[in-house]
Ligand binder design. Structure first.
Ligand code: NDP
Length: 297
């Protein structure tokens, strides 16, 4: 509880992170490029630093949460220029969203400076930080994670998860989860557009849509087992059955004058699986279509 923490970057998320460390009792030093964003945190007990070097110097655990990887690079350049040995013996935890390649690049830079690096991905909005709703994923050396897990749990008490030693893993999981969320949202929005064209409110559709996403969530574990085993027995419904319903979705969309892009994409993927002779298998057999780029049109 008395482990000193530094938070660099006090945007919406950085302020939430610093607030959670403070509430958990950690001495917290904060810095932001543009002055003025530390005032409320200072009133809550944080120590504002005038420079990032000063903030890093105050803590063994340094959390960075700035706009993007370009901003992280600028910050690392600045720390390097100030004092090449500053990061030695400290662990820098980068909670800025980015790519796996960026995370690995930062890890190598911090390692060259004698420090540890964990890349993190926040699957939560700022108000959820520090509550059981927050999910934060980490990747990097197990020892660095274990050393700082008690402090990091201040941010996500029920879901502070270490994915593995490859620093790219958290960014990859973040991208995969966002892709999943966008697919669910696109399905909802397309459905709402379709029903709206027939005069039905989105509000009336929402409870059925929510229930259906819960139903689909219940299928994931079995489909994951099929994917890992490379065998897709159609215990529930065949891809052929799904494909027929996909045609209905496209037809209804065209008839009501709404976009057919989403049903066309879904049909194209299923069509390729059917052409590959997988019509009698489960929906999970579509994984084979996602595993490689689409053939040229
Ligand atoms: P904000 O736009 O609110 O804050 C951005 C922060 O980055 C500011 O503190 C800004 O400083 C700083 N910054 C930008 N460029 C630089 C630079 N070159 N050098 C130093 N600092 C810089 O964004 P958020 O706080 O919402 O997001 C921060 C990160 O957290 C992003 O990577 C985002 O994807 C991630 N995230 C955010 C979520 C959210 O719901 N907000 C959810 C999950 C992840 P200044 O004040 O000087 O401009």
């Amino acid at each position: 509880k008395d482990v000193p923490v530094a938070v660099l970057g006090l945007g919406l998320m950085g302020r939430a992170l610093a607030g959670a460390f403070l509430r958990a009792g950690h001495p917290t030093t904060v810095w932001n490029r543009t002055p003025g964003k530390a005032d409320e945190l200072a009133a809550a007990g944080a120590r504002p630093a005038a420079t990032p070097e000063e903030a890093v110097g105050a803590a063994g655990l340094v959390v960075v949460c700035v706009f993007d990887h370009t901003a992280v690079r600028a910050l690392l350049d600045r720390l390097d220029a100030a004092d090449r040995g500053l990061l030695a013996g400290r662990v820098l935890v980068d909670l800025t969203s980015g790519t796996a390649a960026g995370a690995r690049e930062h890890a190598a830079r911090v390692a060259a400076a004698g420090g540890g690096y964990l890349d993190g991905a926040i699957l939560a909005v700022p108000p959820a930080i520090g509550t059981p709703e927050a999910v934060v994923l980490y990747s990097g050396a197990q020892a660095d994670f274990e050393r700082h897990a008690p402090a990091l749990r201040s941010l996500a008490p029920d879901a502070t998860t270490h994915l593995g030693e490859d620093h790219g893993l958290s960014a990859l999981h973040d991208a995969a989860v966002l892709g999943l969320m966008w697919s669910v949202l696109n399905g909802f929005l397309h459905g709402a557009a379709l029903l709206g064209a027939a005069g039905a409110d989105a509000a009336a559709f929402a409870p059925l849509a929510a229930r259906s996403t819960v139903t689909v969530a219940g299928w994931l574990a079995d489909y994951a087992r099929q994917i890992d085993a490379g065998a897709y027995p159609a215990d529930d419904a065949t891809l052929e059955t799904h494909a027929a319903a996909m045609d209905h979705l496209a037809e209804e969309s065209a008839a009501l004058g709404v976009s057919t892009e989403l049903p066309d994409l879904v049909r194209a993927l299923a069509g390729r699986a059917l052409a590959a002779g997988r019509g009698g298998e489960s929906y999970a057999a579509l994984i084979e279509q996602f595993r490689r780029p689409a053939p040229p049109a």
